[in-house]
Design a binder for this molecule. Structure first.
Ligand code: UDP
Length: 324
């Protein structure tokens, strides 16, 4: 197991995983259509500009680079957009993944690591969401990801294609080198937006809802560092190769922070003033989403290394000298 095709590898989580793969002695090969990704994020790696709909190109890449396993990061991830334009989400996040899996079957590649999401669970019915929580997504983004999870079970049964589904909670942070980080054209995520407000790139940060049943009234999320997620991918791949079995893991730190606590931590780390506005709740936001990652800890030996303060420090380093 050496050559890993990182599909969507020029995006946020894909580019960090490519870097951690390289640090651990693997050879990442990046396949990305650059609709969202950044070429600058994958300097120094083999890069192929290509689309997941292009089966012929995938076949060539598999053969030329002797690919042993595939990691998928090429999804669209905006919940609100998925509600307005579900076709875009089912086409890219489901149909194209099926295309990729069929290309893998034809090339006899047996191992697949899939970026899934806490959004496959829908409204939480327990405080810490573990792998036994019912999966009832409440938006097309979550549904498109769950459809792939379902297909993967069937592909294992019928074709012996082994997979691991990793359900991320709130991915955040940047590589400690400060050379790669989070960069979206229409940013909607909390931590990058708080930094924009701190660094004067926007006037203020608006808090979506202050009347949630939480200690300070704002939503609580489980923020997990992108390099910790990357490490989980590699641990999951290695475990799958060792046991020959497919599996699913929820990935979070098990600690929840409110929107206000995030803003306070950015203030503390940067020493900068941040203007706050208070707005209405955002549609589709549950009050609290926190993972139980006991299974990943026990089976993969995965322990997140970054606490909130260190997460925010890596973002500050990235934001101060970002190149894309
Ligand atoms: N949030 C906010 N203001 C913003 C963006 C996000 O108050 O400008 C809140 C959002 O309602 C949620 C949390 O911050 O409770 C994290 O949102 P984000 O979009 O970063 O991630 P999500 O939880 O949707 O995956």
């Amino acid at each position: 197991m050496k050559n890993i095709l990182v599909v969507g590898g020029a995006g946020y989580i894909g580019s960090h995983t490519a870097k951690v793969l390289e640090e651990k002695g693997y050879t990442p090969v990046i396949y990305d259509n650059l609709t969202k990704g950044h070429k600058k994020a994958v300097r120094g790696y083999t890069f192929i500009k290509g689309d997941l709909g292009d089966k012929k190109k995938l076949a060539k890449v598999f053969a030329k680079h002797q690919i042993d396993a595939v990691m998928h990061f090429a999804a669209f991830t905006e919940v609100g957009e998925s509600v307005l334009n579900p076709s875009k989400y089912y086409e890219n996040n489901f149909c194209k993944v099926i295309n990729l899996l069929d290309a893998m079957r034809e090339a006899n590649i047996k191992y697949f690591v899939f970026s899934s999401t806490a959004a496959t669970f829908g409204e939480p019915i327990m405080e810490y969401i573990d792998e036994n929580h019912p999966q009832k997504p409440i938006n097309p983004y979550g549904s498109s990801k769950l459809m792939v999870e379902t297909a993967l079970k069937d592909y294992d049964t019928a074709y012996g294609l082994k997979s691991v589904c990793l359900r991320y909670f709130n991915a955040c942070g940047a590589h400690p080198s400060g050379k790669i980080g989070e960069s979206h054209s229409n940013e909607s995520h909390l931590i990058p937006l708080v930094f924009q407000a701190a660094l004067g790139k926007r006037d203020s940060i608006k808090i979506f809802g202050t009347d949630y049943p939480t200690t300070d009234g704002t939503c609580i999320r489980d923020y997990v560092h992108v390099c910790d997620l990357a490490a989980a991918h590699i641990a999951a791949l290695e475990k799958m190769a060792e046991t020959g079995g497919s599996d699913q893991y929820n990935l979070g730190t098990g600690s929840g922070y409110s929107v206000k606590q995030i803003i306070d931590m950015v203030k503390k780390v940067t020493g900068l003033e941040i203007k706050i506005e208070y707005g209405q709740r955002r549609a589709g936001d549950p009050a609290v989403l926190v993972a139980s990652s006991e299974k990943a800890r026990k089976i993969l030996g995965w322990f997140p290394q970054y606490d909130l303060e260190n997460i925010i420090k890596t973002v500050y380093k990235w934001e101060q000298k970002r190149k894309y």
